[in-house]
Design a protein around this ligand. Structure first.
Ligand code: ZN
Length: 252
């Protein structure tokens, strides 16, 4: 396919521009991922604070249950104590007294359990206070970082828009078939479709990208600057900078 020095120069400029777009694209992928990491960190801290709160609530619930149980036992003791005056037989009196004693002993156990729960609630509340303060401080820092990243994302998006507009201007003068070949190589993962061929002291040359030796006939072809020459190993478009420079000067 026919080619001239100007086209090669246009492709080199376009490639440099496309590589700048690649850098921006990478940032456009990386920034949202970084924002997500920050959001996850906030969520983890929030969960930690929530579980500290749930711990306090759990102890409080247990304390309430014990208090209810205590009230029931105390009511039973009161009731049985009243009944002591009404029983007729000695056995019934003894049985009732045993019942009352057992309930009193249970009351003692419940009171101990309530005291233990009050200590646990106290410790859990202190922990909650600390965790909540830590969360609030951490969240503030993380939200600021997120805001910073979001504004950087917006700026990067604007930069990409500008680069794409510039690209249209750079690509416009390049013949469509040449542009297609360039895009095709790029779409296959070679982000630098056009590569220097580096001359060696023995007159030969290597591909500047993959370092493969070029066949002598290929070196001649590249030097002519008339047709596309592709590296046989990596399929990039080749040019020799010194040859290109001379040709551009002659053209001008
Ligand atoms: Zn190569």
């Amino acid at each position: 396919m026919a080619l001239n020095a100007e086209h090669v120069q246009q492709l080199i400029v376009l490639q440099k521009h496309d590589q700048a777009i690649d850098v921006v694209d990478k940032a456009l992928a990386d920034i949202p991922a970084a924002i997500q990491v920050l959001k996850n960190t906030i969520e983890e801290a929030r969960n930690k604070a929530a579980s500290a709160k749930a711990q306090v609530q759990d102890f409080e619930k247990k304390k309430k249950e014990r208090e209810l149980e205590l009230a029931q036992k105390e009511e039973a003791i009161r009731k049985h104590s009243g009944e002591l005056n009404t029983v007729k037989t000695n056995e019934a009196f003894k049985a009732l007294q045993t019942e009352i004693d057992r309930a009193k002993s249970e009351v003692g156990d419940i009171e101990t359990a309530i005291l233990e729960l009050m200590e646990k609630i106290d410790a859990a509340q202190k922990e909650l206070k600390k965790v909540a303060a830590d969360f609030s401080a951490e969240e503030k820092v993380l939200l600021a970082q997120i805001a910073e990243k979001e504004s950087s994302l917006a700026a990067t998006q604007a930069k990409k828009e500008a680069l794409l507009t510039e690209r249209q201007a750079l690509a416009a003068p390049i013949p469509e078939d040449i542009h297609k070949i360039y895009d095709h190589i790029r779409s296959r993962g070679k982000r630098d479709p056009i590569s220097k061929a580096i001359k060696k002291s023995d007159g030969g040359a290597v591909c500047g990208a993959c370092r493969m030796n070029l066949a002598p006939q290929m070196v001649i072809e590249v030097t002519k600057l008339k047709n596309f020459v592709f590296c046989e190993s990596c399929q990039r478009i080749l040019y020799i900078p010194e040859v290109l420079e001379k040709a551009l000067k002659v053209g001008a």
